[in-house]
Structures are given as C-alpha cells and as structure tokens.
Design a protein around this ligand. Structure first.
Ligand code: F6P
Length: 357
C-alpha cells in the first residue's frame, strides 16, 4: 500500500478542497492500493497525531466547496522546536506520528509558513511534497498560487460595488484589502476595479500624494474617488519603524487601521466625505473561481505525479504558464513581493493610477 498523508496549513483559501481532490483522484488513478490519510488542522494535527484514513467518497462533491475539509491552523514556525506538553519538541512529535501513520509521503498545502516547515521536515528526512496556496500570491518560484484569483475576483466585486455608491454620494471610499507584506491582491483588484489610488506595502506612500490625487480628481469634476489600500501599507515617514511600532503609534493617534487613519486625513484635508470599507475574511471565503478550480486541480495532479515518481522535497509551481516544481529548500524563507519594474506596476502607473509614492 502507498500511504499518502495530506494536510492544509495556515490561513484557509478557496481552492484547498479542489487541490485535495486533485491529489486524491490522481493518486488513486496513478497508483495501486493508495490510502490517503487526512491530517486535521495542519501541522497541529501532525504534532498531536490527529488523523484518519479517508474514504474515497470523501473526495467527491468538494470541488466547489470553500475552506478546507481537513481544517487548518497557524502553527508558528518559531515554535516548532519548543518543548510541548509531552516533553518533546514539535518536530520530533511530527516525525514520530509520520512513522506511526506509516506514511510514504506527506503532502502539505499552504503558503510561506507552511513551506518553511515542509522544508524542515524534508531536511529531517521525511518525504514531503508542497502545494502553493495563498490569497497573498507571495510564494517564491510560482507565477501564481491558488486562492489568489478568487480573492482578486471578490475584492474587485467589492471595489465595483463601492464605486457606484461613491459616485452617487460624491464620496471618497477607502477600501482596505488583505496583504500584510505583499500587495498583489490590492494592485490586481485595484487595476481590475478601476481604483484611482492603489497603495501597497512594497511602495511606501506619502499621505500628501494620495490627498493630491483625490483633490485633482475633484478639480476635474470627479467628486468621488476610490482608494484601494493593503492592510500592511507603510507611510514614507514610518518605513524605519517596526510594524509593531507603527501599529502602536497609530492606535495612540486613535486609529485601529491604516485605512481609518488615511480616510481621516483625506476628509480632514479635502473636506470630501470619506468612508472606510474593510471586506476582511470575505476575501478568503466561499467557492473558488473557475480559474482557481482548474489551477488547484492541476497542482493536485502534479503533486500526485511527483509522488508517483518518488520525487520528494519539492513543491509544485506554475512558471510561464507551465506546471513545474521547485525544491522546498529554494522556496523556504523567501517571499515574492510586487517589484517596481513588474508589468502590473507599470500598467497601473501608465493608466494614471496613483501609487502614493
Ligand atoms: O495570508 C493570508 C491572509 O489572509 C493575509 O492576507 C492576512 O494578512 C492574514 O492572512 C490574516 O490572518 P488571519 O488568518 O489570522 O485572519
């Protein structure tokens, strides 16, 4: 028998179930006598030994389902070597449970944190295969992660809806989108939704530049403006501060978020009524888009192919539109951020979107 363990770790996103289904179906199809072991709640289930042999039927009817049927958790990488209740560190527990489950390999579906741990386990000698999931799209070595495009679709819909009400009232709407370090979601949905200003963590912003863009539109007769800002956007005069310090400084000023503070400044300076919209976890909820269903399926099938070939220590990826794989050791610890010379930044600038710098 081939025993394949599978877990989903980190923040959930649409497409996880489609990817799980892809791995399972292709594995059953490609290899004789496969057994899939579902591990609950990411690495925490592997640490605790919370797992079960799954029935083939469980992979049916989940293609369009949001979230993850396995459950997920954030298990901080820095805690991995810490001693747990049972007096062993978490890595040793995971190694022991891998043995106990009799696994031939472990499939880990997740983002940057997940891949760091996957690489650690691979370096410890386990057979690990990764799949790139995150709405942030910030995993190194792949053009795109699954979950990203669904989040872009949702965020674009939010911006579209905010647009009509902003136009009706002649207001500024500041839409805060997810992304602490990476601005992919904000810049893609900002461009797709026709935002007037897009502020991302990779390009520190000047408050005056943003306000000036809003004012200029008002002078041209456009009474409303849409500002799309990533939750992790940083002001130019605060780039030297740690994130925690920025948060503390902001809350001392009476603001709980980057969007609330910017909205206040816009309204106070321009006199234009300004509202804040924070779609939050709606961006990660619900059914995957058609694009993500296909991408997740392709990634799942590719992962099963690597298992079949016994090519462990890799994570699947898409490069220039083709499926491929990267070494876990090459991906772990890196982040793929929006670069100033990227096509999307160039496109945004060339159509006159203000990037706040
Ligand atoms: O990594 C995905 C993400 O949605 C980020 O965009 C966001 O900053 C974070 O997760 C939110 O974390 P939590 O899952 O703890 O709400």
């Amino acid at each position: 028998t081939k025993r394949i363990g599978i877990l989903t770790s980190g923040g959930d996103c649409p497409g996880l179930n489609a990817a799980i289904r892809g791995v399972a179906r292709a594995a059953y199809d490609r290899m004789e006598g496969v057994e899939i072991i579902g591990i609950a709640d990411g690495y925490s289930g592997l640490i605790k030994g919370d797992y079960r042999v799954m029935d083939k039927s469980e992979f049916s009817g989940i293609l369009t389902l949001g979230g993850t049927i396995l459950g997920t958790a954030r298990t901080p990488f820095k805690d991995m070597r810490k001693i747990g209740d049972d007096n062993v560190d978490k890595v040793s527990s995971m190694m022991k449970n891998y043995e106990k489950m009799g696994l031939d390999c472990l499939c880990t579906l997740g983002g940057n944190g997940t891949h760091k741990t996957a690489n650690l386990l691979s370096e410890e000698g386990l057979n690990v295969i990764g799949l790139p999931k995150t709405i942030d799209n910030d995993l190194w070595g792949t053009d795109v992660t699954f979950g990203f495009h669904t989040a872009v679709d949702i965020a674009t819909d939010v911006i579209d809806r905010v647009h009509t009400t902003a136009a009706s009232h002649g207001r500024v709407m500041v839409v805060e989108l997810m992304g602490n370090k990476a601005g992919w979601l904000t810049i893609y949905s900002g461009v797709a939704g026709g935002a007037d200003v897009v502020v991302i963590p990779e390009i520190p912003y000047d408050r005056e530049t943003v306000i000036e863009a809003v004012r200029k539109r008002a002078e041209r007769g456009k009474a409303f403006s849409i500002v799309a800002i990533a939750e992790g956007a940083v002001r130019n005069d605060e780039v030297d501060l740690k994130r925690k310090e920025i948060r503390e400084k902001r809350s001392a000023e009476g603001f709980t978020s980057v969007s609330a503070r910017l909205a206040h400044a816009i309204e106070a300076t321009t006199g234009i009524e300004t509202r804040v919209v924070v779609p939050g976890h709606i961006q990660r909820g619900g059914s995957p888009s058609a694009y993500d269903r296909v991408l997740s399926t392709k990634f799942g099938v590719q992962a099963a192919e690597l298992i079949y070939q016994k090519k462990f220590g890799y994570t699947v990826a898409l490069q220039k539109g083709r499926l491929t794989e990267n070494k876990l050791s090459d991906v772990a610890g890196k982040t793929k951020l929006v670069t100033l010379d990227s096509d999307i930044v160039r496109a945004a600038r060339n159509i006159g979107i203000c990037l706040g710098d």
